[in-house]
Design a protein around this ligand. Structure first.
Ligand SMILES: [Fe+2]
Ligand SMILES: [Fe+2]
Length: 283
């Protein structure tokens, strides 16, 4: 399932200003979501630079085609997130600029001065964690019908992450191929980008704290939200631990049939689609 990599140019547009608490009444989730989106126009260009640097070392045509398709998809992702982020910035969080500068400096420094092996292991650390989390969050059928534009953006992005799920792994294995090194750097990478997301979300919470609730309102909110959150975390754990085993390969990931239907939905919605490499079926 989902064995092709299609590059879709999406027509997503966002209002000039977006209320940053767009998940109603849930500052924490809204800001975590925004922080993730703010990360991507720094992280994804870094992944692209790493893949392009690896390209000349890739002799396997299937892996090379996958690499090119990965670069094309990630290039679309961060451009759309940039549009969304511009609308969010107008809502006023001046401290985000310094946080983003720090992140951008990190990624440019990694491209400049770290080894290709480090950069490719970082890429796979990111892709492994996100792909397995996406499976848990979005399968079997996605987020539902009549989604607001920003949720469609996420759904489209996540479907394409599933489509190119094997590429960073294959490029790392082909060019470098050490499991212990991938484990160490990949785990560090996961700490690096998730801690940035936490810091950015925490800053947003400090600027726009949630309203004080009385005891009864707090209890009601707990009843309404805590159980689903707890069960989701518990559901995600087995899949996330699996990525640290020496036997882990994204080629073994079984993708739910509903993801194929979503891929078709977003192909239909796209302004333009291309399959940059008919051989890019590296699954
Ligand atoms: Fe992406
Ligand atoms: Fe990706």
């Amino acid at each position: 399932m989902l064995d092709t990599i299609t590059v879709r140019q999406m027509p997503f547009e966002f209002p000039d200003e977006i209320d940053p608490v767009f998940i109603e009444g849930n500052h924490e989730r809204s800001f975590a979501f925004i922080a993730g989106s703010l990360l991507l126009p720094h992280l994804e260009p870094y992944l692209i630079r790493s893949m392009k640097a690896a390209q000349k070392h890739v002799t396997d045509p299937v892996v090379r085609d996958g690499l090119k398709a990965f670069v094309a998809q990630e290039g679309q992702h961060y451009r759309i997130h940039q549009k969304f982020n511009e609308s969010i910035r107008r809502a006023g969080f001046p401290g985000l600029e310094a946080l983003e500068k720090e992140l951008s400096d990190d990624y440019h420094r990694f491209s400049r001065s770290r080894s290709l092996r480090f950069n490719l292991a970082y890429a796979e650390g990111f892709e492994a964690l996100t792909m397995n989390a996406i499976k848990r969050i979005m399968e079997p059928n996605g987020f539902g019908e009549d989604l607001p534009m920003y949720m469609q953006m996420i759904e489209w992005h996540f479907v394409e992450e599933l489509e190119h799920r094997t590429v960073a792994f294959d490029v790392y294995e082909h060019v470098c191929g050490s499991y212990p090194y991938r484990l160490v750097v990949g785990t560090w990478a996961q700490w690096h980008f998730t801690s940035w997301i936490r810091r950015a979300a925490k800053y947003m919470m400090s600027v726009r704290p949630p309203p004080k609730l009385d005891a009864e309102e707090k209890a009601e909110r707990k009843r309404a939200s805590r159980l689903p959150e707890a069960s989701r975390v518990r559901d995600m754990l087995p899949g996330l631990l699996h990525i640290y085993l020496p036997s882990y390969t994204p080629h073994d990931a079984e993708i739910a049939p509903g993801m194929e239907a979503l891929a078709e939905k977003y192909s239909e919605m796209a302004i333009k689609t291309s399959d940059p490499s008919p051989a890019a079926r590296s699954v």
